[in-house]
Design a protein around this ligand. Structure first.
Ligand code: SF4
Length: 214
């Protein structure tokens, strides 16, 4: 069984898949507490559903791209079964994970979008570094949410230490919504000389930062 906060059909708002129609399965619960978290509503509650019930809801959208997200989706043991079943049914599956739980055991057909938590999140001490060694350059993406200059310096250090511009399909850099100075972040990215990608959470620009189920 799984605990599920919401299942919905929308536009993918982040990663190199941004702009594509996507079905989302948002699982309940997260062991992290990032200070700027925009999905605290996933920490508690949720509906208990079987993997089959979730698959039935996803099938009804007729959308071939599916993201399993949270909260922290990999914190639920049943998520691994759900991901494998989605892959078996031929869906293109994205996993958005916060980087605290090991990605080992995730069906290899799924594509991982792995967060690395920066200092301003308050959770940088909990990054599970072996996850970076499992990234696949043809599939997986790594994401840094940058609040300030100290976060950006940390981002550069981690990118260089792990060679992420070659070991991942993309290195994504997101601002903290409503906090990071976007022009400043753009300048840092222009100057860094690395092949990284700034992204702006497209769904929030379309539906607003507080909207749920989009
Ligand atoms: S890992 Fe994601 S869901 Fe969990 S607290 Fe951090 S931002 Fe929120």
């Amino acid at each position: 069984m799984l605990r599920v906060t919401e299942i919905f059909h929308s536009i993918q708002g982040e990663s190199t898949h941004a702009g594509r129609p996507c079905a989302f399965v948002r699982l309940t619960g997260c062991p992290m507490r990032c200070v700027w978290c925009d999905s605290e509503y996933t920490f508690t509650g949720g509906e208990r559903m079987s993997v089959e019930d979730v698959l039935e809801r996803v099938r009804a959208y007729g959308c071939r791209l599916v993201e399993v997200t949270g909260g922290e989706p990999l914190a639920q043991a049943g998520a691994f079964d759900l991901i494998a079943r989605l892959c078996e049914e031929g869906y293109e599956v994205l996993i958005e994970t916060g980087g605290y739980v090991s990605t080992e055991g995730v069906d290899e057909r799924a594509k991982i979008i792995l967060d690395v938590k920066c200092p301003a999140s308050g959770e940088a001490e909990r990054n599970h570094w072996p996850n970076l060694g499992r990234l696949r350059a043809d599939k997986d993406e790594v994401k840094f949410v940058v609040a300030d200059r100290a976060d950006w310096d940390y981002t550069l250090e981690v990118i260089r230490r792990y060679g992420l511009t070659t070991t991942a399909r993309a290195v994504l850099v997101s601002p903290v919504w409503g906090e990071t100075d976007l022009r400043e972040l753009a300048e840092w990215i222009k100057e860094c000389g690395l092949d990284v990608r700034m992204q702006l959470q497209m769904h929030k620009h379309i539906w607003g930062a507080e909207a749920r189920g989009v």
